[in-house]
Design a protein around this ligand. Structure first.
Ligand code: PAF
Length: 283
């Protein structure tokens, strides 16, 4: 039988609970989430369990990473189901602060990440996003002081931004990326997939298929620009409004001209109706 995780909502209670968990020098892993948990999140939790004795999952829908035009208000919130899923994974602690705890009256400090955060990918379309993510993740790291933190490769630029921030600010946490979990037809799992209509859901795996075909072409010697142009056409013909399909250096996210500039990562963002999907694969 699974035991419900402790749920903590204030910083003093978090500190006390963590002191208890850290007794006998147990290592602590943090999995930051915004809830609406799916199998992709649970794979992060399972990796956390392999890397540390105690697992903390934060659930906080962070307003500062949403633009006013985005879906903060309607972002899926599935608290009861989330707790049940985390109980089944034997998670020790859920850190579930409210907005006032994270951003109290008079809050006036923000982390402004550069490097991978200004690579011209997500930041081009969501200029507010990485400042909001870096600030909230910086706070989560300061609050939980984890030994390791697990982030999904699905948000690849975010993974690079957080890794760079932890290194640059000597935060003493090892950031670990976890492989993207996919549906059987290749669609990357995402909390926002629930927004897709039945027809959009049918079309959505085109993103992954186009990237896979492009990556295979590049690996067998096709010119990167030509492979990307073919991928763009496939994605647009399937009915997406394409934001970008790019091949970048997997560490720095700098543009690459050929496999010699690698390791290479292919990244995509596109909209199907009102739903924006992102994905990426290694080339
Ligand atoms: O990837 C997410 O769910 C969020 O961006 C994160 C890392 C939890 C920060 O709010």
């Amino acid at each position: 039988m699974s035991r419900n995780p402790m749920v903590v909502r204030t910083v003093p209670a978090l500190r006390r609970t963590l002191d208890g968990l850290r007794a006998r020098k147990a290592r602590v892993a943090l999995v930051p989430t915004m809830g609406a948990l799916h199998d992709g999140h649970l794979s992060l939790v399972r990796l956390a369990r392999k890397r540390a004795e105690k697992v903390v999952v934060s659930i906080f829908v962070n307003p500062t990473q949403f633009a006013p035009t985005e879906d903060f208000g309607s972002y899926p919130r599935t608290w009861k189901a989330d707790v049940e899923k985390l109980a089944a994974e034997r998670v020790e602690l859920i850190w579930h602060p409210d907005v006032k705890t994270m951003y109290p009256e008079g809050f006036a400090t923000r982390i402004a990440p550069e490097g991978p955060a200004v690579a011209g990918l997500e930041d081009r379309f969501r200029p507010h996003f990485f400042g909001g993510v870096a600030t909230v993740v910086g706070k989560l790291f300061a609050q939980v002081r984890p030994d390791v933190a697990i982030f999904g490769e699905k948000d690849f630029q975010q993974l690079r931004v957080v890794t760079q921030m932890a290194r640059d600010l000597d935060l003493g946490v090892k950031v670990i990326g976890s492989r993207t979990v996919r549906e059987r037809d290749g669609l990357a799992m995402s909390s926002r997939n629930v927004y897709l209509s039945a027809e959009e859901r049918r079309v959505a795996p085109t993103l992954y298929k186009a990237m896979k075909r492009g990556a295979a072409g590049i690996r067998s010697g096709e010119d990167i620009a030509a492979a990307l142009a073919a991928g763009e056409e496939t994605i647009r013909n399937a009915g997406f409004a394409l934001d970008y399909l790019e091949a970048r250096h997997a560490e720095t996210l700098a543009p690459v001209g050929s496999m010699k500039d690698g390791p290479v990562r292919m990244l995509v963002a596109a909209r199907l109706g009102t739903t924006r999907l992102i994905d990426n694969i290694a080339v």
